[in-house]
Write a protein that binds this ligand. Structure first.
Ligand code: BT5
Length: 258
């Protein structure tokens, strides 16, 4: 694995591992010893890959498992915006690597390929003394997708002969994240990021179902993402701003995290 040229020119470093428990956990340990980034950590496989809320991220060899340690932002409250910045970067990297696929972003943190889960983002924050530090974890199914999930998952290898490798997607992703961070301008450019994110949004303007914390599911028209990143849903009972949850996809549209 190698960083892209822009990432290298901007001073990002790379730690490339054959195996780790979770690249996000590796990042956290390094932050505890003073690391502040910009640093990419990439592993060929993970033994304890994690999704959000303690969910498992199935991590066999052949896929992309990466975390970016980043602290060049002024306030902790801006950290959640990095999930959108990363989603935009992922769409750009996928478009450049595998333009023939149909890729979308699913609020809040998923990448879809033909409406099936291709990858996800696990954004975590660590308070590094005076400066907040973000860990942006990204998993993408390049060679393998799990088959026994309650909803469909796909891998880029489904594209056949022209499918890109994990190394080529990674190099592009490191460069496209630099470019998206430039647009974001430490928060000042969040509107432009939000607009670009919405152009790839799954279900925008359509009736969708959203699983909330606990077991509640609500349905409504996905109107937009607001200036703070909340999903705005027009339900039969009125408009709701949703801070946390999962947009559901697939014929059964069940199973949190889909
Ligand atoms: C995510 O969580 O989608 C975020 C995944 C982030 C993984 C990266 S890999 C590098 C870094 N290091 C880590 O340890 N993590 C990050 P969430 O929305 O909670 O989705 C988790 C759910 O997706 C699980 O409950 C499964 O249903 C499903 N899932 C697990 N492995 C999958 C896979 N390889 N492909 C598609 N879906 C998967």
């Amino acid at each position: 694995m190698q960083l892209g040229l822009i990432a290298r020119a901007q001073g990002a470093r790379l730690l490339s591992l054959a195996e780790t428990d979770s690249t996000n956990d590796e990042a956290r340990r390094l932050i505890e010893t003073g690391e502040r980034g910009p640093l990419w950590i990439v592993a060929a496989r993970q033994t304890k890959g994690r999704g959000r809320l303690g969910r498992e991220w199935i991590s066999p060899e052949g896929n992309l498992y990466a975390s970016f340690v980043f602290s060049d932002f002024p306030e902790t409250r801006l950290a959640p915006q990095l999930g959108f910045v990363t989603g935009v970067a992922a769409m750009r990297a996928l478009g450049a690597s595998a333009g023939q696929g149909s890729f979308k972003l699913k609020w809040p943190n998923d990448m879809l390929f033909d409406s099936a889960k291709l990858g996800g983002i696990l954004l975590e924050g660590v308070s590094g003394g005076a400066t907040p530090v973000a860990i942006i974890g990204i998993g993408m199914n390049i060679a393998h997708a799990p088959e026994d999930l309650p909803y469909p998952a796909r891998a880029l290898s489904d594209l056949g002969a022209g499918a890109p490798t994990a190394a080529s997607v990674f190099a592009r992703l490191t460069d496209s994240l630099c470019a998206a961070l430039d647009v974001w301008r430490r928060g000042e450019g969040f509107d432009a990021i939000r607009e670009e994110w919405l152009r790839s949004a799954h279900g925008l303007g359509e009736r969708i179902r959203v699983a909330l914390a606990g077991s509640e599911t609500i349905e409504g028209v996905f109107e937009t993402i607001d200036a703070t990143g909340r999903l705005m849903l027009l339900t039969d009972q009125g408009r709701r701003a949703i801070d946390a949850g999962d947009v559901l996809v697939g014929p059964r549209a069940a199973g949190a995290g889909a």
